[in-house]
Design a protein around this ligand. Sequence first.
Ligand SMILES: [Zn+2]
Length: 105
Amino acid sequence: MEGESTESDGVVEATGPGDPRWWTLRRAQSFKPVSYACPLCSLQLHAMTDHVLLTPEGDSERRRHAHAACVRVARAKGRLPSRAEWEVTQPRAPGRLERLFGRSR
Ligand SMILES: [Zn+2]
């Protein structure tokens, strides 16, 4: 009973960080002499080029800089939905408004 730890070595087998359900996309361009790795093509992206700031679910700590062209391609394939686009894919909870209008489906 004493001094014996039955805990495993603390490695949590995560099934991934969880894909963001929606993204905030914002065009960005700066004159900072820095470059980023584009998360979509993993190539380098210079801050001075026209690019897009991807923020997963509004989490600014996880925002990434991506090539505008890569974002266009990804969006054309249905990836990187905006919040509004994601919301329309969600089943709607019966809300107050629906009841007000007397619609059940
Ligand atoms: Zn790219």
